[in-house]
Design a protein around this ligand. Structure first.
Ligand SMILES: [Fe+2]
Length: 281
């Protein structure tokens, strides 16, 4: 097995490519440990050339943790409901095409224990386009002016299923799903990674409704300023998908975003699994 850091203008060691391992077969203990170390160190692992059926995807993902129950079960695979799918072939009830994941976000931050990682496995890809962008919120936190770091150090963000400030609308939850999804949770705006000890900016434009105890007139510009800072190209790794890629990323440290910039007559279909995380601190 070979692990190589991705080269790029702004990657700061974010993103690594893994070759020479077949996750459809048993993985040795030392390789499992190396994969987990690389995951924490680089934030994104692109494990190349995998061809995994849904149960093998679950086994591969469990090398990194315990599977998390995703919120909107309308996207669950009928035969393997712990796996959801991402597809560009779904529409909103009014007929508009639904492109999952457009706009910067982190997954399910409206959970009391948001998923530590998300995994996508490419099943069908368009000929070109559809990259996933990642912003390294730990590097972005390190690069903040000291004054801003102090200002956000003790702030708590209010996370809901769908922020009223978000330009991007999510697919509505069914009543049964809504019952097990919290109305609102509080998470630190600057969170500390439980494994690396590094601080990251933890914001989510599609789910943050506000900052606890702060007027919207102050909170919304601050959130905008943090997002604009953190999503500069110098903090990004941009993943160009190849058939067979299994990509796992660390939600405790990264924002991500899909791009609907490809030929929509072509199908883009990926499996998605998440891993259980801790309460952000
Ligand atoms: Fe996402």
């Amino acid at each position: 097995m070979e692990i190589n850091v991705m080269a790029g203008p702004g990657t700061h060691g974010t993103g690594a490519e893994v070759r020479g391992i077949d996750l459809g077969r048993p993985v040795a203990t030392d390789e499992k440990a190396a994969l987990n170390r690389a995951f924490v160190e680089h934030g994104v692992l692109a494990i190349r050339d995998q061809k995994l059926a849904p149960p093998q995807v679950l086994a591969a993902v469990e090398l990194f943790g315990t599977v998390f129950q995703q919120h909107n079960t309308r996207f669950a695979l009928p035969d393997c409901p712990q796996i959801h799918y991402l597809s560009n072939q779904d529409s909103f009830p009014d007929g508009r095409r639904y492109i999952p994941g457009e706009g910067w976000h982190t997954d399910h931050s409206n959970d009391t224990r948001p998923p530590k990682a998300t995994v996508l496995h490419a099943v069908t890809l368009p000929d070109r386009g559809g990259d996933t962008q990642f912003a390294d919120m730990a590097a972005a936190h390190d690069a903040l002016p000291a004054k801003t770091r102090d200002r956000i150090a003790d702030l708590l963000g209010i996370h809901v299923y769908q922020s009223s400030h978000s330009a991007r609308k999510l697919m509505a939850l069914s009543d049964a799903n809504r019952e097990r999804v919290p109305n609102a949770v509080l998470h630190p705006i600057a969170r500390t990674h439980p494994e690396s000890g590094r601080k990251s900016i933890y914001i989510n434009p599609i789910r943050i409704e506000g900052i606890l105890g702060m007027d919207h007139k102050e909170a919304l510009p601050l959130l905008d300023e943090l997002l604009e800072h953190a999503t500069q190209e110098r903090f990004q790794y941009r993943h160009q998908w190849k058939p067979g890629d299994l990509v796992i990323w660390d939600n405790r440290r990264l924002l991500h975003k899909a791009n609907g910039d490809y030929d929509m007559s072509q199908t883009r279909y990926l499996y998605r699994v998440m891993l259980q995380g801790d309460v952000p601190r």
